[in-house]
Design a protein around this ligand. Structure first.
Ligand code: AMP
Ligand code: MG
Length: 347
């Protein structure tokens, strides 16, 4: 399959009638799959009402079929077609954070969405992305769009159109290239089917921000204790992994430097994921700054691109600094732990 690339300037007016967006919307209506920029990462979109389109998403990504997809909408009103009830807290959260990086899980109305999109569950995950190109496309095609991240399953999520092409060229109908995404880590997944909302995946909206709107919010047990079974099926899989084994280092710079030297003495090419504040302090083969430690949003934005850059640098092993587990740092550490398969070295 020839994968089309449509370049779109997200700042132009009237995006809904932009010829590239119109063409991509047409593909979606024909049940083809198309990658689109969102404010978090690139998504791989397909008609959520169509088994055919949804199967194409799972096939292109190589995603396990028990891992349900997030349904993206361009207008809050669309939700009534496939959601059974909107609890009051969910309503408040939609008002505060949509469009934005918050996915809400509702009880599902049956018979509208492809059961494959929700992996047969009786709940459904929904979000309204805050990106002009995504919103224009969603409005134009007038469909609920199932869209997981547009990477091969297990790889770091794409934050640039080139990342999508690296993984999925020839496997999907097209990519809408709207430039780099902003937030850089995926949406927060929040289960609102019970009285007290539960975070199943930390992401772009922090626990603190959610609690400011609805009061008490819990964390899924699997986010606290590794041995618990996660409620979001996707959280049990290893994700985001670069090609080389990644280790998180819980210790000082001199400890990390001693690890680098041990590996170099064994003849390995060593990569280090550092920050602006520390990038000059390591003598390794490849040291990449992932952003400013005193501005964790910048680390989130650059995280997946940095992990992919280590693949291009062909390192044998990667050591990463760790980050505080609060605010957006919670999402950063969750992704790094998964990328590392939980390999942490303590000083
Ligand atoms: P991704 O599509 O890669 O951004 O991942 C979406 C995440 O949301 C995965 O971890 C899914 O398992 C989770 N998810 C989607 N739908 C549901 C649902 N109905 N209940 C629980 N988790 C869900
Ligand atoms: Mg993903």
């Amino acid at each position: 399959m020839n994968t089309k690339v449509w370049k779109v300037d997200k700042y132009v007016d009237n995006l809904e009638n932009n010829p590239q967006v119109v063409d991509a919307a047409h593909f979606l209506q024909e049940n083809e799959v198309v990658a689109l920029p969102t404010e978090t990462v690139y998504g791989l979109g397909g008609n959520a009402e169509s088994d055919v389109a949804v199967e194409k998403i799972y096939a292109a990504k190589g995603r396990p079929s028990d891992n349900p997809l997030i349904i993206h909408i361009g207008d809050k009103k669309q939700i009534h077609a496939f959601v059974r009830e909107i609890p009051e807290k969910a309503e408040l959260l939609m008002e505060s954070f949509w469009p934005g990086p918050l996915t809400i899980i509702f009880k599902k109305k049956s018979g509208v969405l492809s059961h494959k999109a929700t992996a047969g569950l009786d709940s459904v995950a929904v979000r309204m992305p805050d990106h002009p190109v995504a919103l224009a496309l969603l409005k134009k095609c007038q469909l609920p769009i199932a869209a997981p991240s547009a990477n091969s399953s297990g790889k770091p999520s794409p934050t640039k159109a080139q990342h999508v092409i690296d993984d999925l060229d020839g496997k999907i109908a097209g990519v809408l290239d709207g430039g780099s995404t902003g937030v850089g880590v995926e949406s927060t997944v929040l289960d609102c089917t019970e009285d007290i909302p539960v975070i199943l995946r930390p992401g772009g909206v922090t626990k603190e921000q959610l609690e400011a709107v609805v009061g008490e919010v819990h964390l899924d047990a699997a986010l606290i204790d590794e041995a618990s079974k996660p409620k979001a099926p996707g959280m049990k899989y290893q994700h985001y992994a670069p090609n080389a084994p990644l280790y998180l280092v819980n210790g000082s710079k001199s400890f990390l430097q001693s690890l680098i030297e041990e590996r170099q003495n064994e003849g390995l090419r060593v990569g280090v994921l550092a920050t602006e504040e520390t990038v000059e302090d390591y003598q390794s083969d490849v040291t990449i700054s992932c952003g400013r430690r005193d501005k964790l949003e910048s680390v989130a934005t650059a995280l997946y691109d940095t992990l992919r850059r280590f693949n291009q640098e062909k390192v044998d092993i990667i050591y990463s600094e760790m980050f505080p587990n609060t605010g957006v740092g919670h999402a950063i550490m969750n992704r790094l732990e998964k990328a590392a398969g939980n390999k942490i070295i303590n000083e």
